[in-house]
Design a protein around this ligand. Structure first.
Ligand code: PEP
Ligand code: MG
Length: 328
Protein backbone atom coordinates (compact mmCIF):
# COMPACT_ATOMS: atom_id res chain seq x y z
CA UNK A 1 0.00 0.00 0.00
CA UNK A 2 2.86 2.35 0.79
CA UNK A 3 4.50 1.57 -2.53
CA UNK A 4 1.24 2.34 -4.27
CA UNK A 5 0.84 5.65 -2.47
CA UNK A 6 4.42 6.58 -3.30
CA UNK A 7 3.92 5.61 -6.94
CA UNK A 8 0.85 7.80 -7.21
CA UNK A 9 2.55 10.77 -5.59
CA UNK A 10 5.70 10.47 -7.66
CA UNK A 11 3.72 10.51 -10.88
CA UNK A 12 2.06 13.85 -10.09
CA UNK A 13 2.98 16.75 -12.33
CA UNK A 14 3.74 19.78 -10.17
CA UNK A 15 5.36 22.94 -11.47
CA UNK A 16 8.60 24.08 -9.80
CA UNK A 17 6.54 26.41 -7.65
CA UNK A 18 4.21 23.62 -6.55
CA UNK A 19 1.08 23.96 -8.71
CA UNK A 20 -0.53 20.58 -9.35
CA UNK A 21 -1.41 20.12 -13.02
CA UNK A 22 -3.56 17.15 -14.00
CA UNK A 23 -2.16 15.55 -17.14
CA UNK A 24 -4.86 13.42 -18.75
CA UNK A 25 -5.40 11.60 -22.02
CA UNK A 26 -7.75 11.94 -25.00
CA UNK A 27 -9.21 8.70 -26.30
CA UNK A 28 -11.76 7.65 -28.93
CA UNK A 29 -12.19 4.04 -27.88
CA UNK A 30 -12.13 2.24 -24.49
CA UNK A 31 -9.11 0.13 -25.56
CA UNK A 32 -7.01 3.28 -25.51
CA UNK A 33 -7.78 3.85 -21.82
CA UNK A 34 -5.40 1.04 -20.88
CA UNK A 35 -2.59 2.71 -22.82
CA UNK A 36 -3.46 6.00 -21.14
CA UNK A 37 -3.29 4.42 -17.68
CA UNK A 38 0.01 2.72 -18.54
CA UNK A 39 1.46 6.10 -19.63
CA UNK A 40 0.62 7.51 -16.20
CA UNK A 41 -2.35 9.65 -17.26
CA UNK A 42 -4.12 11.24 -14.27
CA UNK A 43 -7.44 10.60 -15.98
CA UNK A 44 -9.24 10.69 -19.30
CA UNK A 45 -9.76 14.35 -20.13
CA UNK A 46 -11.73 13.64 -23.30
CA UNK A 47 -13.38 10.43 -24.50
CA UNK A 48 -14.64 11.35 -27.98
CA UNK A 49 -17.72 9.12 -27.87
CA UNK A 50 -18.63 9.84 -31.49
CA UNK A 51 -15.99 7.33 -32.57
CA UNK A 52 -18.28 4.60 -31.21
CA UNK A 53 -20.95 5.86 -33.62
CA UNK A 54 -18.84 6.20 -36.79
CA UNK A 55 -18.42 3.51 -39.48
CA UNK A 56 -21.56 1.57 -38.50
CA UNK A 57 -24.92 1.06 -40.24
CA UNK A 58 -26.86 2.11 -37.10
CA UNK A 59 -26.10 3.74 -33.76
CA UNK A 60 -24.64 1.39 -31.12
CA UNK A 61 -27.42 0.25 -28.76
CA UNK A 62 -27.45 1.22 -25.11
CA UNK A 63 -25.92 -2.04 -23.90
CA UNK A 64 -23.02 -1.73 -26.34
CA UNK A 65 -22.41 1.88 -25.29
CA UNK A 66 -22.62 1.06 -21.60
CA UNK A 67 -20.04 -1.72 -22.00
CA UNK A 68 -17.64 0.65 -23.76
CA UNK A 69 -18.01 3.45 -21.20
CA UNK A 70 -17.73 0.97 -18.35
CA UNK A 71 -14.54 -0.49 -19.88
CA UNK A 72 -12.93 2.97 -19.93
CA UNK A 73 -13.93 3.60 -16.30
CA UNK A 74 -12.59 0.22 -15.22
CA UNK A 75 -9.30 0.71 -17.07
CA UNK A 76 -8.75 4.03 -15.25
CA UNK A 77 -9.35 2.42 -11.83
CA UNK A 78 -11.31 5.28 -10.30
CA UNK A 79 -9.38 8.17 -11.85
CA UNK A 80 -11.59 10.80 -13.50
CA UNK A 81 -13.00 9.89 -16.92
CA UNK A 82 -14.62 12.69 -18.89
CA UNK A 83 -16.94 11.25 -21.51
CA UNK A 84 -18.09 13.73 -24.12
CA UNK A 85 -21.56 13.22 -25.54
CA UNK A 86 -21.88 12.66 -29.26
CA UNK A 87 -20.10 15.42 -31.20
CA UNK A 88 -21.37 14.80 -34.69
CA UNK A 89 -21.90 17.31 -37.47
CA UNK A 90 -19.48 19.55 -39.39
CA UNK A 91 -16.52 17.34 -40.36
CA UNK A 92 -17.98 14.16 -38.78
CA UNK A 93 -21.17 12.79 -40.38
CA UNK A 94 -23.22 9.63 -39.77
CA UNK A 95 -25.14 8.02 -42.66
CA UNK A 96 -27.98 7.03 -40.33
CA UNK A 97 -28.38 10.53 -38.93
CA UNK A 98 -29.71 12.89 -41.54
CA UNK A 99 -28.59 16.33 -40.49
CA UNK A 100 -29.58 17.91 -43.80
CA UNK A 101 -27.43 19.95 -46.12
CA UNK A 102 -26.34 23.38 -45.08
CA UNK A 103 -23.79 25.68 -46.68
CA UNK A 104 -21.85 26.10 -43.42
CA UNK A 105 -21.95 22.78 -41.54
CA UNK A 106 -19.41 24.00 -38.97
CA UNK A 107 -21.98 26.62 -37.97
CA UNK A 108 -24.97 24.29 -38.18
CA UNK A 109 -26.37 21.33 -36.29
CA UNK A 110 -23.46 19.80 -34.45
CA UNK A 111 -22.54 18.63 -30.97
CA UNK A 112 -25.03 19.41 -28.23
CA UNK A 113 -27.20 21.27 -30.76
CA UNK A 114 -28.56 17.82 -31.71
CA UNK A 115 -30.85 18.07 -28.68
CA UNK A 116 -33.09 19.80 -31.25
CA UNK A 117 -34.57 17.00 -33.31
CA UNK A 118 -32.41 14.10 -32.13
CA UNK A 119 -33.39 13.96 -28.49
CA UNK A 120 -33.76 10.16 -28.36
CA UNK A 121 -30.15 9.62 -29.41
CA UNK A 122 -28.79 11.84 -26.64
CA UNK A 123 -31.16 10.60 -23.95
CA UNK A 124 -30.15 7.03 -24.80
CA UNK A 125 -26.50 7.95 -24.47
CA UNK A 126 -27.06 9.68 -21.13
CA UNK A 127 -28.90 6.60 -19.90
CA UNK A 128 -26.01 4.34 -20.92
CA UNK A 129 -23.63 6.65 -19.03
CA UNK A 130 -25.79 6.69 -15.89
CA UNK A 131 -26.09 2.90 -15.95
CA UNK A 132 -22.30 2.58 -15.62
CA UNK A 133 -20.86 1.70 -12.26
CA UNK A 134 -17.54 3.41 -11.58
CA UNK A 135 -15.11 0.94 -9.99
CA UNK A 136 -15.51 0.35 -6.26
CA UNK A 137 -18.33 2.88 -6.05
CA UNK A 138 -15.82 5.71 -6.55
CA UNK A 139 -16.75 8.76 -8.56
CA UNK A 140 -14.85 9.08 -11.75
CA UNK A 141 -17.48 9.50 -14.41
CA UNK A 142 -17.89 13.03 -15.71
CA UNK A 143 -20.19 14.00 -18.57
CA UNK A 144 -19.17 16.75 -20.97
CA UNK A 145 -21.21 18.54 -23.64
CA UNK A 146 -19.59 19.65 -26.93
CA UNK A 147 -20.24 22.89 -28.85
CA UNK A 148 -22.05 24.62 -26.03
CA UNK A 149 -22.99 28.23 -26.78
CA UNK A 150 -24.82 29.19 -23.58
CA UNK A 151 -26.90 27.78 -20.72
CA UNK A 152 -29.83 26.99 -23.03
CA UNK A 153 -27.67 24.08 -24.27
CA UNK A 154 -27.04 22.86 -20.74
CA UNK A 155 -30.31 23.16 -18.83
CA UNK A 156 -32.29 20.70 -20.93
CA UNK A 157 -29.54 18.09 -20.60
CA UNK A 158 -29.42 18.66 -16.85
CA UNK A 159 -33.19 18.06 -16.70
CA UNK A 160 -32.89 14.83 -18.68
CA UNK A 161 -30.15 13.63 -16.35
CA UNK A 162 -32.32 14.40 -13.30
CA UNK A 163 -35.26 12.56 -14.86
CA UNK A 164 -33.08 9.55 -15.69
CA UNK A 165 -31.66 9.46 -12.17
CA UNK A 166 -35.27 9.22 -10.91
CA UNK A 167 -36.30 6.64 -13.49
CA UNK A 168 -33.32 4.42 -12.73
CA UNK A 169 -33.88 4.77 -8.97
CA UNK A 170 -30.28 5.93 -8.57
CA UNK A 171 -31.05 8.32 -5.73
CA UNK A 172 -31.75 5.27 -3.50
CA UNK A 173 -28.56 3.50 -4.60
CA UNK A 174 -25.90 3.95 -1.91
CA UNK A 175 -23.09 3.36 -4.45
CA UNK A 176 -24.32 5.99 -6.86
CA UNK A 177 -22.16 9.08 -7.22
CA UNK A 178 -23.86 11.71 -9.40
CA UNK A 179 -21.56 12.47 -12.34
CA UNK A 180 -20.35 16.02 -12.71
CA UNK A 181 -21.65 17.81 -15.80
CA UNK A 182 -19.20 20.01 -17.67
CA UNK A 183 -18.96 21.81 -20.97
CA UNK A 184 -16.45 22.22 -23.73
CA UNK A 185 -15.49 25.79 -24.38
CA UNK A 186 -15.03 25.92 -28.14
CA UNK A 187 -17.49 28.62 -29.17
CA UNK A 188 -16.26 32.19 -28.55
CA UNK A 189 -19.65 33.10 -27.00
CA UNK A 190 -19.13 30.45 -24.32
CA UNK A 191 -15.74 31.88 -23.42
CA UNK A 192 -17.02 35.46 -23.43
CA UNK A 193 -19.90 34.50 -21.12
CA UNK A 194 -17.94 31.94 -19.10
CA UNK A 195 -19.09 33.37 -15.79
CA UNK A 196 -22.71 32.65 -16.72
CA UNK A 197 -21.92 29.04 -17.66
CA UNK A 198 -19.80 28.53 -14.56
CA UNK A 199 -22.80 29.24 -12.37
CA UNK A 200 -24.53 26.05 -13.53
CA UNK A 201 -21.87 23.64 -14.77
CA UNK A 202 -19.26 21.72 -12.80
CA UNK A 203 -16.19 22.15 -15.02
CA UNK A 204 -14.85 23.55 -18.28
CA UNK A 205 -12.59 21.96 -20.84
CA UNK A 206 -11.36 24.29 -23.55
CA UNK A 207 -11.37 22.74 -27.02
CA UNK A 208 -8.64 24.85 -28.53
CA UNK A 209 -9.02 23.24 -31.97
CA UNK A 210 -12.53 24.55 -32.45
CA UNK A 211 -12.09 27.65 -30.28
CA UNK A 212 -9.20 28.70 -32.54
CA UNK A 213 -11.20 27.90 -35.66
CA UNK A 214 -14.20 29.95 -34.56
CA UNK A 215 -12.23 32.82 -33.05
CA UNK A 216 -9.96 33.32 -36.04
CA UNK A 217 -12.74 32.41 -38.53
CA UNK A 218 -10.30 29.95 -40.10
CA UNK A 219 -11.43 26.47 -41.08
CA UNK A 220 -9.36 23.93 -39.12
CA UNK A 221 -9.39 21.68 -42.21
CA UNK A 222 -8.15 24.33 -44.69
CA UNK A 223 -4.56 23.42 -45.64
CA UNK A 224 -3.77 26.96 -46.75
CA UNK A 225 -4.55 28.30 -43.27
CA UNK A 226 -2.83 25.60 -41.21
CA UNK A 227 0.22 27.74 -40.50
CA UNK A 228 -1.94 30.46 -38.92
CA UNK A 229 -4.33 28.13 -37.04
CA UNK A 230 -2.49 28.52 -33.76
CA UNK A 231 -4.14 28.51 -30.35
CA UNK A 232 -1.38 30.85 -29.16
CA UNK A 233 -3.02 33.71 -31.03
CA UNK A 234 -3.51 36.53 -28.50
CA UNK A 235 -7.25 36.56 -29.31
CA UNK A 236 -7.57 32.90 -28.28
CA UNK A 237 -5.46 33.39 -25.16
CA UNK A 238 -7.66 36.29 -24.11
CA UNK A 239 -10.64 33.96 -24.31
CA UNK A 240 -8.76 31.38 -22.23
CA UNK A 241 -8.20 34.05 -19.62
CA UNK A 242 -11.94 34.89 -19.57
CA UNK A 243 -12.73 31.19 -19.04
CA UNK A 244 -10.36 30.96 -16.10
CA UNK A 245 -11.72 34.15 -14.55
CA UNK A 246 -15.35 33.09 -15.02
CA UNK A 247 -14.68 29.62 -13.64
CA UNK A 248 -12.86 31.01 -10.61
CA UNK A 249 -15.97 32.95 -9.54
CA UNK A 250 -17.68 29.63 -8.81
CA UNK A 251 -14.64 27.50 -7.96
CA UNK A 252 -14.79 25.49 -11.20
CA UNK A 253 -11.76 23.82 -12.78
CA UNK A 254 -10.59 24.63 -16.28
CA UNK A 255 -8.87 22.11 -18.50
CA UNK A 256 -7.73 22.12 -22.10
CA UNK A 257 -8.29 19.14 -24.39
CA UNK A 258 -7.40 20.58 -27.80
CA UNK A 259 -4.07 19.94 -29.50
CA UNK A 260 -2.50 22.90 -27.66
CA UNK A 261 -2.51 20.77 -24.48
CA UNK A 262 0.19 18.55 -25.97
CA UNK A 263 2.37 21.40 -27.27
CA UNK A 264 5.15 22.50 -24.87
CA UNK A 265 5.14 26.22 -25.64
CA UNK A 266 1.34 26.38 -25.54
CA UNK A 267 1.34 24.43 -22.25
CA UNK A 268 3.56 27.06 -20.62
CA UNK A 269 1.16 29.83 -21.66
CA UNK A 270 -1.97 27.88 -20.65
CA UNK A 271 -0.60 27.08 -17.21
CA UNK A 272 0.41 30.71 -16.73
CA UNK A 273 -3.18 31.70 -17.55
CA UNK A 274 -4.49 29.40 -14.81
CA UNK A 275 -5.42 26.17 -16.60
CA UNK A 276 -5.18 23.20 -14.18
CA UNK A 277 -5.74 20.21 -16.43
CA UNK A 278 -4.31 19.25 -19.81
CA UNK A 279 -5.53 16.37 -21.93
CA UNK A 280 -3.71 14.98 -24.96
CA UNK A 281 -3.00 11.80 -26.90
CA UNK A 282 -1.83 9.12 -24.45
CA UNK A 283 1.70 8.91 -25.89
CA UNK A 284 2.33 12.60 -25.04
CA UNK A 285 1.49 12.24 -21.34
CA UNK A 286 4.98 11.38 -19.99
CA UNK A 287 6.71 14.17 -21.97
CA UNK A 288 4.17 16.80 -20.90
CA UNK A 289 4.39 15.70 -17.24
CA UNK A 290 8.17 16.08 -17.42
CA UNK A 291 7.76 19.49 -19.07
CA UNK A 292 5.26 20.75 -16.46
CA UNK A 293 7.77 19.88 -13.71
CA UNK A 294 10.29 22.22 -15.33
CA UNK A 295 7.98 25.25 -15.44
CA UNK A 296 7.53 28.01 -12.89
CA UNK A 297 3.90 29.03 -13.06
CA UNK A 298 3.99 32.12 -10.88
CA UNK A 299 6.96 33.65 -12.68
CA UNK A 300 5.33 33.30 -16.08
CA UNK A 301 1.89 34.31 -14.78
CA UNK A 302 3.32 37.58 -13.49
CA UNK A 303 4.28 38.55 -17.06
CA UNK A 304 1.70 36.80 -19.25
CA UNK A 305 -0.19 40.07 -19.91
CA UNK A 306 2.74 41.05 -22.13
CA UNK A 307 1.96 38.07 -24.37
CA UNK A 308 -1.75 38.94 -24.58
CA UNK A 309 -0.80 42.38 -25.91
CA UNK A 310 1.30 41.01 -28.81
CA UNK A 311 0.17 41.08 -32.45
CA UNK A 312 0.00 37.45 -33.54
CA UNK A 313 0.61 33.83 -32.57
CA UNK A 314 4.17 33.76 -33.89
CA UNK A 315 5.11 36.66 -31.62
CA UNK A 316 3.50 34.90 -28.66
CA UNK A 317 5.44 31.71 -29.41
CA UNK A 318 8.78 33.48 -29.38
CA UNK A 319 7.82 35.51 -26.30
CA UNK A 320 6.94 32.35 -24.34
CA UNK A 321 10.07 30.52 -25.53
CA UNK A 322 12.20 33.45 -24.34
CA UNK A 323 10.35 33.93 -21.08
CA UNK A 324 10.19 30.45 -19.63
CA UNK A 325 12.82 29.59 -17.12
CA UNK A 326 13.13 25.86 -16.92
CA UNK A 327 15.18 23.44 -14.93
CA UNK A 328 17.13 20.97 -17.05
C1 PEP B 1 -11.40 20.75 -29.82
O1 PEP B 1 -12.22 21.28 -30.57
O2 PEP B 1 -10.35 21.31 -29.42
C2 PEP B 1 -11.62 19.38 -29.32
C3 PEP B 1 -10.85 18.85 -28.41
O3 PEP B 1 -12.65 18.67 -29.89
P1 PEP B 1 -12.52 18.00 -31.34
O4 PEP B 1 -11.08 18.12 -31.77
O5 PEP B 1 -12.97 16.60 -31.19
O6 PEP B 1 -13.44 18.84 -32.16
MG1 MG C 1 -14.15 20.40 -30.90
Amino acid sequence: EHAEAFGAASSEARTRDGALIEVAANIGHPDEAEAAFAQGADGIGLFRSEFLFLDRPVAPDRGRQRADYQAALDAMQGKPVIIRTLDIGADKQLDYLRLGQTPNPALGMRGVRLIEGHQALLVDQLRALLECRPPAGKGGLRIMLPMVTDLLDVRRVREWIDTLVDELGLAEDADFVAPELGVMIEVPAAALCAASLAREVDFFSIGTNDLTQYTLAMDREAPGLAARMDALHPAVLRLVRLCVEGAALYGRKVGVCGAAAGDEIAVAALIALGVDELSMEPARVPAIKAWVRRLDRARLAARIDEALALDDAAQVRSWVARSITTNP
